[in-house]
Design a protein around this ligand. Structure first.
Ligand SMILES: NC(=O)c1ccc[n+]([C@@H]2O[C@H](COP(=O)([O-])OP(=O)(O)OC[C@H]3O[C@@H](n4cnc5c(N)ncnc54)[C@H](O)[C@@H]3O)[C@@H](O)[C@H]2O)c1
Length: 368
């Protein structure tokens, strides 16, 4: 394998037992075959793809085969309801029928659902096969494809069965976002903006100043901002892979209330980024009540979220149910919520001493 430095390298994730590139570029999906060869010596590849991204999956297959690597595709119907052990079993059988070997690569082509599902299969089939990610939603480029969290859902809860399993590389072709439904794209900006809010005010400035070029997916400007935002997530994961050092948790800004909103509305009313957007407003109001963010900073956050058409309030907020959901969240330990707040824009901190009265007040302000 020859190591090549590509211009579109957004970051390199470095963990205790893995080191991998995250490439973010425009129109790079058909370069995957040559790039695979720089990171892994696979003889055969198996694409697990969302059936909604058929043409992208075919491009990956053609590129792999042009590089001399026979490649098969398993299409999964779109939607979270297929991220379960039944689908995993179908994929295991397909791999067994093709006599997949431990050195062969699994490639996920699709959004976070496919990345989590294919990653889970890769982590477990033959006790682990090399795995790579070709995310095709903004949310999965920004978030789900980086960091090695793979999982499937159970009836009792989302992402209940999973592992940490790092890919060999992540290749994000921003051009693929051109076919993504507008609401999915909008929702994805929430995670990108979050990276600016928690760790990099200068990134937030760019989101504010270049809003129309970014949302219209200008090849240069949108690619650059996605690359920068991805680098923040990759940097955090490299410092705290398994969320044990209090760094990776900062990525959960907006997620405590966001997850509760998603679960109390049956995962049907809001897309993830929309719920996180309202959750970030709750966290900003709590930061303000705790004497951290100023009124002006809270307004600034609200303005940028609105600029990207993200919701900042909702009439679906039911305070009692949300508090109940927060208490039963898997991240709440011994009844204590470790909140991610902002001491100022660009600086996130954790705090487990937020009074419930502040939360009730914030939720009532957001119920509109
Ligand atoms: N592993 C992690 O760290 C992590 C982080 C965040 C979220 N997640 C998981 O990610 C999942 C959500 O991911 P998502 O928001 O990407 O949803 P998704 O994978 O369901 O994709 C959303 C929709 O977009 C369609 N689609 C995908 N790419 C497209 C394209 N380029 N053009 C047209 N349509 C396209 C899909 O068919 C689907 O209907 C959840 O299961 C969540 O648990 C994982």
């Amino acid at each position: 394998m020859v190591k090549v430095n590509y211009d579109d390298l957004a970051s390199e994730v470095i963990t205790s037992d893995a080191k991998y590139p995250v490439w973010v570029g425009w129109s790079i999906i058909d370069k995957i075959g040559e790039r695979v060869k720089t990171v892994c010596d696979t003889k055969v590849a198996y694409i697990v793809a969302d059936e909604g991204v058929n043409s992208q999956a075919r491009k990956v297959q053609i590129s792999m085969e042009s590089a001399g690597i026979p490649t098969y595709i398993f299409f999964v119907p779109s939607g979270e309801k297929h991220k379960n052990l039944d689908t995993v079993k179908h994929i295991y059988s397909w791999l067994a029928d093709h006599k997949a070997e431990r050195g062969h690569m699994i490639i996920a082509v699709g959004g976070g659902v496919i990345g989590d599902l294919a990653g889970f299969v890769a982590a477990t089939y033959l006790r682990g096969m090399p795995f790579s990610q070709v995310p095709t939603t903004l949310l999965s480029m920004m978030d789900a494809s980086i960091g090695g969290k793979v999982a499937v859902d159970m009836e009792q809860g989302k992402n209940l069965v999973g592992s940490f399993y790092q890919p060999k590389f992540v290749l994000s072709d921003v051009e693929t976002l051109n076919t993504l439904p507008a609401r999915e794209l909008t929702s994805g900006w929430a995670e990108a903006i979050k990276h600016g809010l928690i760790l990099d005010e200068s990134l937030l400035n760019v989101f504010e100043e270049k809003h129309s070029a970014i949302t219209s997916l200008d090849p240069e400007i949108a690619t650059e901002i996605i690359r920068k935002s991805v680098a923040i997530k990759a940097g955090v994961v490299s410092k705290d892979e398994k969320e044990t050092l209090g760094i990776r948790i900062l990525l959960n800004y907006g997620h405590t209330v966001g997850h509760a909103i998603e679960s109390t509305t049956g995962y049907s009313k809001f897309l993830h980024g929309e719920a996180v957007s309202i959750g970030m407003m709750a966290a900003a109001l709590l930061s303000n009540s705790m004497g951290m963010m100023s009124d002006e900073e809270v307004r600034r956050q609200e303005c940028v979220l609105k600029q990207y058409d993200l919701p900042t309030t909702s009439n679906a907020i039911e305070s009692e149910k949300i508090i109940e959901a927060i208490k039963s969240d898997k991240k709440t330990i011994g009844g204590s919520v470790n909140w991610v707040l902002l001491s100022k824009i660009g600086k996130a901190v954790t705090n487990n001493e937020v009074p419930e009265a502040f939360l009730l007040e914030a939720l009532s302000n957001l119920r509109r």
